[in-house]
Write a protein that binds this ligand. Structure first.
Ligand SMILES: Nc1ncnc2c1ncn2[C@@H]1O[C@H](COP(=O)(O)OP(=O)(O)OP(=O)(O)O)[C@@H](O)[C@H]1O
Ligand SMILES: [Mg+2]
Length: 317
């Protein structure tokens, strides 16, 4: 007899002692064949058994799927946890690096008023000996010392505010954040002959963490400072400009430090990308800055211009 190879022979159920067991042993395709066969045969009663076998198989598969889902969920949770821990570590590392740099800045910031105060107190003594100290003198003296102490207190409180882990959102203007930045680093940048110019068309209000914006700006201008020094550049300018259009707020920070090396510019916002020696840089600064920009639902980009690098923070309105 000619057998058509495309037609499968019907599954034959030889023994009727344990039909359920026999059906259970079939693969799914043969099981379906058995259903068809049973529907047209005298063993129609088998349909119930077949249904049960199908249901059992379905339930077993469902259990397997549940187990897989459960273990996938667990895996995802563990990976999330790991990612969060990494993120925390980067944040910490970045703040610690900044803290080191800021300690230098604060030391400079304090040197000048401390010198002034010690000179003033020496003068007070000699002026007293000369009989020049009267009520007017004391009034002037108190004012002058007060100004110097105010400068030191401002620096210190900016410093403390910045390193306190206060990351809650608040209403502030970009100008206020820039004032904090300048209070923190002005003397350090003057000492390095770097001139920072701020220009704006209008004041812009944000509701975000002010400390995080300060962190982002410090990371960028500290990099420029490093580039000026590494490359011995004489014309040292940083221009900070902020403005809006219909859809976004922009903060542009442009330096004249020669630009980002082409070899790293594409990856510059990835962690651990640095051209600095061990101990001088970890390559976290710009990665952290990008994370902050993303937290603000914005983005950070960079391009090289004629004499330097230009960073652009863009935050949707
Ligand atoms: N304004 C810039 N001019 C030239 N090169 C820059 C500038 N900003 C960044 N770079 C380059 O990008 C690299 C990465 O900067 P990033 O701030 O991420 O790390 P880092 O400064 O090396 O280390 P860290 O900030 O962790 O101390 C720097 O090592 C430097 O080569
Ligand atoms: Mg840096």
């Amino acid at each position: 007899m000619n057998k058509n190879p495309f037609i499968k022979p019907p599954v034959s159920i030889k023994s009727r002692k344990n039909p359920r067991g026999e059906y259970t042993n079939l693969n799914t395709e043969d099981l379906l064949d058995a259903v068809k066969q049973s529907a047209h045969s005298t063993h129609r009663g088998d349909l119930d058994i077949l249904l049960e076998v199908f249901l059992d198989r379905y339930n077993a598969r469902q259990d397997e799927l549940d187990k897989i889902n459960h273990s996938l969920e667990k895996q995802i949770k563990t990976e999330h946890k790991l990612a969060r821990a990494n993120q925390k570590r980067y944040e910490q590392q970045s703040k610690m690096a900044l803290m080191g740099e800021m300690m230098d800045a604060i030391a400079h910031q304090w040197k000048q008023p401390l010198n002034a105060l010690s000179m003033m107190s020496e003068l007070l003594e000699s002026d007293f000996d000369d009989g020049d100290v009267d009520a007017k003198y004391i009034h002037q003296y108190t004012n002058d010392t007060h100004l110097q102490i105010q400068h030191m207190t401002n620096t210190l409180s900016e410093f403390r505010n910045f390193f306190r882990p206060k990351l809650t959102k608040e209403k502030f203007t970009i100008g206020e954040a820039l004032n904090s930045v300048m209070t923190l680093v002005k003397d350090e940048f003057i000492k390095n002959n770097i001139y920072i110019e701020v220009s704006k068309k209008e004041e812009i209000e944000l509701v975000e963490s002010k400390n995080e914006l300060i962190h982002l700006i410090l990371n960028i201008i500290n990099n420029a400072k490093d580039a000026f020094n590494e490359r011995d550049i004489t014309d040292r300018k940083i221009l900070i400009d902020y403005f809006t259009d219909d859809t976004n707020i922009y903060l542009a920070i442009t330096d004249s430090a020669g630009g980002i090396p082409e070899s790293i510019i594409k990856d510059i916002f990835e962690p651990n990308i640095t051209t600095k020696a061990i101990g001088k840089g970890t390559g976290i600064g710009l990665y952290m800055s990008m994370q902050i920009a993303k937290k603000f639902h914005g983005s950070l980009s960079v391009k090289n211009i004629e004499h330097g690098a230009s960073f652009l923070l863009k935050i949707p309105l």
